[in-house]
Design a protein around this ligand. Structure first.
Ligand SMILES: Nc1ncnc2c1ncn2[C@@H]1O[C@H](COP(=O)(O)OP(=O)(O)OP(=O)(O)O)[C@@H](O)[C@H]1O
Ligand SMILES: [Mg+2]
Length: 288
């Protein structure tokens, strides 16, 4: 994707200023909504003519500026397909997608995507640091800034020690963290991640979830995450989009009214947390 100059947004610009100490109600959130990503009546079919297969049917939802939205749904429902359409890598069959009101017809410059298949997105012949620098080359940043961005992102994912190693020398979870660090170094305004924490241990997963919330707060990033983990979706999200299959459609967009800042032990112990997770789980378990 074409690089862009990063300008961190302030908390008040993100619409999350009210979320620091208290529960933000759905009504309050509604009043501050400003859509950054919009998906309207998206339909996506692979193939043409009689062999065409509709994967996504009439999908509509939006992600507001500074929001974290999680998408959950059964395996094979079309989540990765949806993200690739949003990232401008696949054209929609019909319907439209917009970023800040602009129709998405190719990779938007202000967006970074962390692929589900992270191992294939890293170049095996490049070191970790060179993998991170590759998508930043077009920015023509001064050497010192390039270094600072890489150092900061590697530190954020706990991989400062691995900068000179090659991807094939790292564990799956470490490679996944490199892919996340590469996206962070790009400093996108919109970060889209496809099951980003799937192959890391529980402790690292908690740390990366909290990192995700921290970068939202620090940089006002808008974040869309696909996950299979319902607890993770509820912990991270302001809203959870629950998809039903076949073809993919929205079963429900659940508002998550949990206090901020979220805390791995405190938040997950709340009765509201259990209630929200039960709500999402019952939608997924119900025959579609
Ligand atoms: N390039 C493609 N051409 C044809 N069919 C495809 C293509 N990519 C995906 N599909 C099909 O689209 C459907 C949805 O795939 P997709 O990868 O989007 O699902 P998913 O929800 O991300 O699954 P998972 O949770 O397992 O990652 C599957 O039936 C898949 O076989
Ligand atoms: Mg997928």
């Amino acid at each position: 994707m074409t690089p862009t100059t990063f300008s961190p947004l302030t908390t008040s610009q993100t619409g999350h200023a009210m979320e620091t100490n208290a529960v933000t109600t759905s009504a309050e959130r509604e009043s501050t909504r400003q859509a950054r990503l919009e998906v309207r009546h998206l339909r996506k079919a692979y193939g043409t003519g009689s062999s065409a297969k509709t994967i996504i049917e009439d999908l509509t939802f939006s992600v507001d500026a500074g929001e974290v939205v999680c998408i959950v749904g059964p395996s094979g429902v079309g989540k990765t397909t949806l993200l690739k359409c949003l990232a401008g890598l696949h054209p929609a069959t019909s319907g439209e997608m917009r970023i800040d009101g602009r129709v998405i017809s190719g990779p938007p410059p202000e967006m970074a995507l962390v692929f589900q298949d992270y191992s294939r997105s890293l170049m095996p012949w490049l070191t970790v640091r060179k993998n991170m620098i590759l998508p930043l080359r077009h920015l023509r940043l001064p050497r010192a800034e390039l270094k600072a961005r890489c150092d900061e992102a590697l530190e954020a994912v706990g991989l400062s020690h691995a900068e000179h190693q090659y991807p094939w020398q790292l564990s799956g979870g470490m490679q996944q963290r490199v892919a996340i660090a590469r996206a962070l170094a790009y400093r996108p305004e919109v970060l889209i991640m496809d099951e980003p924490f799937a192959s890391v241990d529980a402790q690292t997963r908690f740390d990366l979830e909290d990192l995700c919330l921290k970068i939202r707060e620090d940089f006002g990033m808008t974040i869309l995450v696909v996950t299979h983990d319902i607890d993770e979706a509820v912990y991270l999200a302001d809203r959870v989009v629950v998809l039903g299959s076949k073809p993919a459609r929205v079963l429900k967009i659940a508002d998550v009214d949990l206090p901020a800042p979220r805390d791995q032990i405190g938040t997950r112990s709340l009765p509201q947390f259990a209630a929200q997770r039960t709500e999402v789980l019952s939608l997924i378990k119900r025959p579609a």
